[in-house]
Structures are given as structure tokens and as C-alpha cells.
Design a binder for this molecule. Structure first.
Ligand SMILES: NC(=O)c1ccc[n+]([C@@H]2O[C@H](COP(=O)([O-])OP(=O)(O)OC[C@H]3O[C@@H](n4cnc5c(N)ncnc54)[C@H](OP(=O)(O)O)[C@@H]3O)[C@@H](O)[C@H]2O)c1
Length: 324
């Protein structure tokens, strides 16, 4: 079977290739999934370089999420043969087949295609965990979403709008401002460069933001500490910008806000009942047509390099789906 494999860690994808790999061996209780679509997440790129917090030893198969159908299962499996499923784990999804525990998968709602199912889980799961579970999002809240042209950012902007919040979406790329407005219909879209606090204050009538969702970090995080309303939360999602920011603890004290780290996958592993609730809520919204996963492009897995290069160059709005 085809499998996108990291043979050695490299800064330029030279250690990655699509190989003919042995089929995964299904353990009792697991299901074997014929993968139809997988989507690219920033951690996939970081894992090719050894820069992600989870550092498997090469060789390993890339891919954190998939959509496909069950082709082998125990007779009493909760996911019988033929079930369309979505989900994933810490790797192995960028391959023709993956063997997974049923708990890592859920049935795909009829209204979702394989492409949309592959693009939904990690991005909206992160957004839902951060904004709703940890952030306590309420109707009418002002939410500042950074990296909003990216996978987890665009999902957060879309979800917050669907849940009745007011959204200021940001990009660091002037050329993507119009595409951002078209992709998630925010209340305002601004450039996250320099002193953007003044723009946030003007848009919110001086209130500032109840929640700030930050997958970018660095200078964007620093300026965001000036954008949180009293009693609000600055949600630390990631560091796509490359620099992990420092913060003096007097700032959240004086301004009365919290800085909260979000690890959506770990949250679901540590609190399985909350993880299940998040997935159910997310899929219910998707089934009602209230989520709009934005697919930038669909490519065959053979064109994986194009997808990874586009992500590294910040050339994507939403998600890239790879077909198998
Ligand atoms: N906490 C969690 O549970 C969790 C879960 C999933 C992902 N993450 C993290 O969230 C971050 C974003 O992941 P993603 O999958 O959404 O990635 P993505 O699709 O590549 O989006 C990242 C966005 O960040 C912006 N950005 C700003 N500076 C950048 C830079 N120097 N390089 C690349 N992008 C830059 C880009 O938007 P503009 O070009 O428009 O500025 C880009 O669209 C990553 O750090 C990832 O590890 C965290």
C-alpha cells in the first residue's frame, strides 16, 4: 500500500517519500480502514523536521486524520464493515490503510463527504475545545481569531460565528485579507501586524475581546495581551509564527485576564467523556449544516509535496485534502 513516510528528519522534506509499505496489522478489537481522504495539519509539517512536541522515531507514516470506510472488523465491532468513518491519531493516516481502535473513529454524518470529514475533525475539534470547553464562549462575545486563514484558525472563526459570537479574524498576509473575508464572513477582518490593538478597540467600541484564540504566537501574542477584555481569556493554541512568546505575570493581573493553554487531543484523552461530548456537539453542528469546513484544494497523495510546500509558504486558505 502507499504510505507517506518520514525516513529521516529533514528541514526541507528530503527525508520524506511516498513508498510501497506493508499493510498495517489489525489487532483484535481494532478496525482496518481503507483511507479515502486525509488532510494536512501544521504538526505534520513540524513532524517531518522533528519540531513537534510528539517526536516518533523514523521511519514513521505521517497523517493525523483520515476519512474512509471500515473494511475489516470483529463480528461484534461497534463500527461494522462498510461504515464510513472519520478520526485519527498521532500518525499513520497518510496511507491507503490504517488500523485503529474504534474509540479513535466515529461514523461520518450522511451530509459530509469524505473530503469534508477529513478536513473537519482536528481543526473544529481544536476550535470547539478551545472556544467552548475551555473558553466558555457565549452568544455576543467578541472573539479575536488569529491565523484565521489557517486550518484551526478558520475553523474557530466559522464556529464562533455559528455560535452567535462576534468575530474579528486576522491574517499576517495582506494578500489574503479578501480571501479571509470570503472564507468565514467575520464581523471584521484585520492585519495582525504592528499595533493592531487600536483597530480591535475601535471595532469593539472599546470593549476589547472576551476571547483571543492564538495559533500564531510571537509578536501576535505580545500585541494580543493588549486586546483582551477584563475577565477575558487569551487561548494559547500554537506557534505557527515560530517564536514562543514570554509574558510578565503582572500583565494578566493588572488587566484581569487569563492565559490558558489548549491541547485539544490531550484534553480528549484525559477527559474522555468531555472528548466524546465535544465530538458529538461538533458533528451535530456539522450535520445541521452549521459548520463550513473550507477546502483550499484537493490533491492526489502523489502530489503531497505540493501540499506541504504550500503550507510552509503560507499559501493555503483553510485545509488541503489529499486523496488516496
Ligand atoms: N493546541 C492544539 O490543540 C492544536 C491543535 C492543532 C494545531 N495546533 C497548532 O496550531 C497552529 C496552526 O496549525 P494549522 O494546522 O492551523 O496550520 P496552518 O493551516 O498552516 O495555519 C497557520 C496560520 O498561521 C499563520 N502564520 C503566521 N505566521 C506564520 C508563519 N511564520 N508560518 C506559517 N504560518 C504562519 C498563517 O496565516 P497568515 O499567512 O494568513 O498569517 C497560517 O494560515 C500550529 O502551531 C499547530 O501546531 C494546535
Amino acid at each position: 500500500m502507499k504510505a507517506l513516510t518520514v525516513h529521516h528528519l529533514s528541514p526541507d522534506l528530503s527525508g520524506v517519500s511516498l513508498i510501497d509499505a506493508p499493510m498495517p496489522v489489525r489487532q483484535p478489537g481494532q478496525v482496518l480502514v481503507r483511507v479515502r481522504a486525509t488532510s494536512l495539519n501544521f504538526p505534520d509539517l513540524l513532524m517531518t523536521r522533528g519540531e513537534y512536541q510528539f517526536k516518533p522515531q523514523p521511519p514513521f507514516v505521517l497523517g493525523l486524520e483520515l476519512a474512509g470506510e471500515v473494511v475489516e472488523a470483529d463480528a461484534d465491532s461497534p463500527l461494522p464493515i462498510g461504515t464510513r468513518v472519520m478520526g485519527g491519531g498521532k500518525g499513520g493516516c497518510m496511507a491507503d490503510f490504517a488500523a485503529l481502535d474504534p474509540s479513535a473513529l466515529r461514523p461520518i454524518p450522511d451530509s459530509l463527504s469524505f473530503h469534508h470529514a477529513a478536513a473537519l475533525g482536528a481543526a473544529y475539534g481544536t476550535a470547539y475545545t478551545a472556544l467552548v470547553e475551555i473558553g466558555g464562549l457565549k452568544t455576543g462575545d467578541w472573539v479575536l481569531v488569529h491565523g484565521a486563514t489557517g486550518g484551526v484558525g478558520l475553523a474557530a472563526a466559522d464556529l464562533a460565528k455559528s455560535l452567535g459570537a462576534r468575530v474579528i479574524a486576522t491574517t499576517g498576509s495582506p494578500a489574503k485579507l479578501e480571501a479571509l473575508k470570503a472564507a468565514c464572513d467575520p464581523d471584521a477582518a484585520i492585519l495582525a501586524s504592528g499595533r493592531f490593538r487600536e483597530a480591535v478597540a475601535e471595532i469593539t467600541g472599546g470593549h476589547l475581546c472576551d476571547l483571543v484564540y492564538d495559533p500564531v504566537g510571537g509578536d501576535v501574542f505580545d500585541e494580543s495581551t493588549r486586546c483582551v477584555a477584563f475577565g477575558g481569556k487569551l487561548l494559547v493554541i500554537g506557534f505557527a509564527g515560530g517564536r514562543i512568546a514570554d509574558i510578565s505575570t503582572n500583565i494578566p493581573l493588572i488587566k484581569g485576564f487569563s492565559v490558558v493553554g489548549v491541547r485539544a487531543g490531550e484534553y480528549a484523552r484525559r477527559f474522555p467523556e468531555r472528548g466524546t461530548a465535544v465530538r458529538q456537539a461538533m458533528l451535530a453542528l456539522a450535520a445541521e449544516g452549521k459548520l463550513h469546513p473550507h477546502i483550499d484544494r484537493v490533491l492526489p497523495i502523489e502530489r503531497w509535496r505540493e501540499a506541504f510546500d504550500a503550507m510552509a509558504a503560507r499559501g493555503i486558505v483553510g485545509k488541503v485534502v489529499l486523496e488516496l
